[in-house]
Design a protein around this ligand. Structure first.
Ligand SMILES: COc1cccc(CC(=N)NC(=O)c2cccnc2OC2CCNCC2)c1
Length: 389
């Protein structure tokens, strides 16, 4: 029986799709904290809950290794995400985070970390409502413990811990279809190092294409074209916050970032997040912004290369520089930083540059979900202003 678990949860059910009599908003009401289950859910007897302290070098290394060996792979099992420890600390400790939402499962006998799931707090606007949510991510069960039905009880336990902080909604993504996506995005890839991408099987040589012709096709200038294009600095946080809040206000679902959030999520951190902006040489106004995060993948079974260095488009705002030119400058700096590929979803206005900047469509889709919040009808990806890590 498909979705046995999800049919028990307050999420849009397939049977309700199209029923416009159902109101937009929470599916189940918040409950008084006294009514939230006080004790953790039961795990199968060989396992125990653990809270993962990401400040601890040892625990962060355990989380890193669990994900490195057991987290999401592409459809052909050629690549596996390889989030760095620095990235995980950044992703899991935003303003107002709760350690109790960094939930692990250990084998009682060996004390080995065998599963993980996380939440971080976020204010997400859905149309005109700003809703406090948990962004759920990094659900990972060790390969040897799959189909022991650990995921449902991990989801229930992290939900219980989110409820204890009086938060009743969540946002998450998955590569699989669950009840019920609020939108479904295509992912796109722009080759920066085509020779390596073909060597490792990420890309294939085009028909009637030689390798040297392919290298020439993807060649980029050595430096950005836009005057005033520079790295973001701490002093830019107020202006970038204004620029981003205004830009994101046009989308149906988007984060409600304040200056604290912008300082955490968008200030450059080496090998984690890169952010650039355009400061007008005449007026010194900040008119445009682009950012991408660093998410390498392990290359499974290639002798020459162990790692694929990938940049993922994050938040981009263009008010003066054409988005096409701004993103081409992002590609140029990503190539300068030795990334092999630049990935993007067809969310926000990304569709306007993907083909022209020589992105090719990926072979999969990323589905976005809200927990305990119904929306009237599914969104187009271009109506979505939320990028999860
Ligand atoms: C190239 O190495 C991969 C290793 C594992 C999976 C995939 C395919 C894939 N599933 N890609 C995405 O989900 C994806 C493609 C483009 C942009 N963002 C993405 O996912 C982000 C956001 C969701 N959490 C994972 C990272 C590729």
């Amino acid at each position: 029986k498909k979705h046995k678990f999800w049919e028990t949860q307050p999420v849009g059910q397939f049977k309700d799709v199209g029923d416009t009599s159902l109101p937009e908003g929470p599916i189940e009401p918040a409950t008084p904290l006294s009514e939230v289950k006080q004790e953790p859910y039961n795990l199968p007897s060989p396992y125990e809950w653990t809270t993962c302290d990401m400040d601890s070098e040892e625990t962060c290394t355990e989380v890193y290794n669990l994900l490195k060996n057991n987290y999401v792979e592409d459809d052909e099992n050629m690549f596996r995400f390889n989030y760095s420890k620095e990235f995980l600390r950044w992703a899991l400790r935003p303003p107002g985070y709760y350690k109790s939402w960094h939930l692990g499962v250990r084998a009682k006998a060996s004390k080995k970390l065998v599963a993980f799931i996380t939440g971080v707090p976020a204010r997400i606007r859905v149309r005109d409502e700003v809703v406090k949510m948990a962004e759920i991510n990094f659900l990972c069960v060790h390969k040897k413990l799959r189909s022991k039905r650990l995921a449902p009880v991990m989801i229930k336990e992290v939900t219980r811990r989110v409820h204890l902080e009086n938060i009743w909604q969540a946002a998450y993504t998955a590569g699989v279809v669950l009840p019920t996506p609020i939108t479904t995005c295509q992912y796109w890839h722009r080759s920066l190092n085509p020779k390596k991408l073909i060597d490792v099987g990420f890309s294939r040589l085009g028909a009637r294409m030689t390798m040297s012709r392919t290298i020439k096709l993807y060649k980029l200038p050595d430096s950005p074209a836009t005057p005033g294009f520079r790295k973001m600095e701490l002093r830019d946080v107020p202006a970038v916050t204004r620029l981003l809040r205004n830009y994101l206000s046009q989308f149906a679902v988007a984060p409600d970032f304040d200056e604290n959030d912008v300082e955490h999520w968008l200030l450059p951190t080496q090998d984690v997040i890169d952010s650039y902006l355009v400061e007008s040489p005449e007026t010194h106004d900040i008119t445009d912004f682009c950012s991408f995060y660093t998410l390498p993948s392990s290359i499974l079974g290639n002798q020459n290369y162990p790692i694929l260095k990938a940049a993922y488009s994050y938040y981009n705002v263009s008010t003066k520089t054409p988005l096409l030119q701004l993103m081409n400058d992002a590609l140029i700096v990503a190539k300068q930083k030795d990334f092999d590929v630049f990935n993007a979803l067809d969310v926000m206005h990304n569709e306007s540059f993907l083909k022209e900047l020589k992105f090719g469509p990926g072979d999969g889709q990323l589905h976005y979900y809200l927990f305990n919040y119904r929306i009237r009808s599914a969104l187009r990806p271009s109506e979505l202003g939320l990028v999860l890590l």
